[in-house]
Design a protein around this ligand. Structure first.
Ligand code: NAD
Length: 478
């Protein structure tokens, strides 16, 4: 645990990793069993220690083809023919097993991703289980959703590394509930919980081929997107890759949903309860090390309270505990990869070079692993790159405004449109602002709240389609 300077020290409270059984190497999960890949292998690393955790198969075109074929067979012969009420039983079973094995999943997620155990344990894994419960409930009620009752077929699903298991749940639960079968690829830096989920599919006796997990990097993803027998592509990741996918499938009859990046404004008015707003700012940008597509990475604070908010924000940031992700007291864990750390460092250096003032919470960074102290930039203008580009790390840009109209103009001045936050005492102002903000999700007097029943998705370069809720069924039905 890194030393901090401003509060007393807690005794270490590490969660035991004895509950997880990480194998030296993993194959691909195709047609209900683990098989060797035909391609190369790569390593997955614990970002908090740089320890190599396991060797992972890198699926090549042939492996992807086998996985798609298995998914097609399962779709034609079993899953699309099964009554919704029967499919629901499998989803309920998976949801229950996830709940039963939640500690194991949380520990493994924190080891492979670097996120604090209190987040994987209290946020990620409970919502994963809830997501399967929620869509299990829809499986026999699709005719009431209003999007048709027929599944699409085989879905190729590609997810990022920031919420590995949660993004898997957002993809697999609605697809299966609607009668589709899937080939899913986790991100190359965080494959382990998806592979444990494959074991859970076996434990649930899910018919072979309904869920296939292929591991690999961008090349594997490209092969999935381009495969002629894929009916639907569901992607969460960067806007650049999202655009490449849209180009690849243009002119085909594949359906697509894209959940991409964001640069959300978190807007604090002078009548907001300031201490609560400060908690919301901290949660908005430092939750999950800021590796959050809907992170409140641009703080817009009304000029009259800016000094007070910043003072209290710095005081609060000085109490954040950065260090061992498996320690139950840790607030800020490790950056997921050396590449991501390099990007955060680069954009932060640009912020300084462009004239913004940098302040980091006082904390000592561990000597091994990938770490970045919670950081804020003040004197930021809308032209600065740190105000326009997604840093995807624990870095907040602070801008000020005088009037609600100015706040709306600044908040909307981005190519993205995923989320926003409003902090004010006035309900009428919340509603008026929310109507004017071009963001898929607007939180009021809170931030980063997720629920399976609530749809999530973006405008503009944040992508198209919705995940979660009744709306999330539309992407998997015709
Ligand atoms: P990324 O786009 O580099 O990778 C995402 C996934 O796509 C990975 O599995 C990767 O292997 C795969 N991939 C890479 N190149 C590909 C290609 N050419 N074809 C097909 N697949 C390819 O993004 P990342 O760095 O892993 O994730 C960070 C990004 O994800 C951020 O921009 C973040 O905002 C976004 N994100 C969005 C949401 C959302 O719901 N909107 C959620 C989480 C993350």
């Amino acid at each position: 645990m890194a030393k901090r300077t401003t509060t007393f020290e807690y005794a270490p409270a590490p969660e035991s990793r004895a509950i997880v059984d990480i194998k030296p190497s993993y194959g691909l999960f195709v047609n209900g069993e683990f098989v060797d890949g035909h391609g190369k292998a790569f390593k997955t690393v614990n970002p908090a220690t740089e320890e190599v955790l396991a060797e992972i198969a890198e699926a090549d075109d042939h492996d992807v083809d086998l996985a798609v074929k298995a998914a097609r067979r399962a779709y034609d012969r079993v899953w699309s023919k099964m009554p919704g009420s029967e499919r629901a039983k499998y989803l309920y079973r998976i949801a229950r097993i996830i709940a039963e094995r939640s500690r194991e999943l949380a520990v493994l997620e924190s080891i492979d991703n670097g996120k604090p155990i209190k987040e994987s344990r209290d946020v990620d894994v409970p919502i994963v289980s809830a997501h399967f419960f929620y869509y299990a409930g829809w499986a026999d009620k699709l005719k009431y959703a209003g999007y048709g009752e027929q599944p699409l077929g085989v879905a190729a699903q590609i997810i990022p590394w920031n919420f590995p298991l949660l993004m898997l749940a957002w993809k697999i639960a609605p697809a299966l509930a609607c009668g589709n079968t899937v080939v899913l690829k986790p991100a190359e830096t965080t494959p382990l919980t998806a592979l444990l989920f494959a074991e859970i599919c076996q434990q649930a006796d899910l018919p072979p081929g309904v869920v296939n997990i292929v591991t690999g990097a961008g090349g594997t993803g490209q092969a999935m997107v381009a495969h002629p027998d894929v009916d639907k592509v569901a992607f969460t990741g960067s806007t650049d890759v999202g655009k490449a996918i849209a180009r690849t499938i243009a002119g085909t009859d594949k359906r697509v949903t894209l959940e991409l990046g964001g640069k959300a404004a978190n807007i604090v008015f002078d009548d907001a309860p300031i201490d609560q707003a400060v908690e919301g700012i901290v949660n908005g940008i430092f939750f999950n090390q800021g590796h959050v597509c809907c992170a409140g990475s641009r703080l817009l604070v009304q000029e009259s309270v800016a000094e007070d908010v910043l003072h209290r924000l710095k005081r609060r940031m000085a109490t954040l505990r950065l260090g061992d992700p498996l320690d139950k007291n840790t607030d800020v864990g490790a950056i997921n990869s050396a590449e991501q750390l390099a990007r955060i460092r680069e954009l932060s250096a640009v912020g300084e070079a462009e004239g913004a003032e940098r302040w980091s919470a006082p904390c000592e960074l561990p000597s091994h692993g990938y770490w970045f102290a919670p950081t804020i930039f003040t004197d930021v203008t809308q032209a600065h790159r740190i105000a326009r580009e997604e840093v995807f790390g624990p870095v907040l840009s602070v801008l000020t405004f005088r009037t609600p109209a100015e706040a709306v103009a600044k908040a909307n001045n981005t190519p993205y449109g995923l989320s926003a936050g409003i902090w004010t005492d006035k309900g009428s102002r919340i509603l008026k602002m929310a109507n004017q903000l071009r963001a898929g999700v607007v939180w009021a007097n809170t931030f980063n709240k997720f629920d399976p029943a609530s749809p999530f998705g973006g405008y503009k370069e944040s992508g198209y389609g919705r995940e979660g809720g009744r709306h999330g069924l539309e992407a998997y039905l015709r």
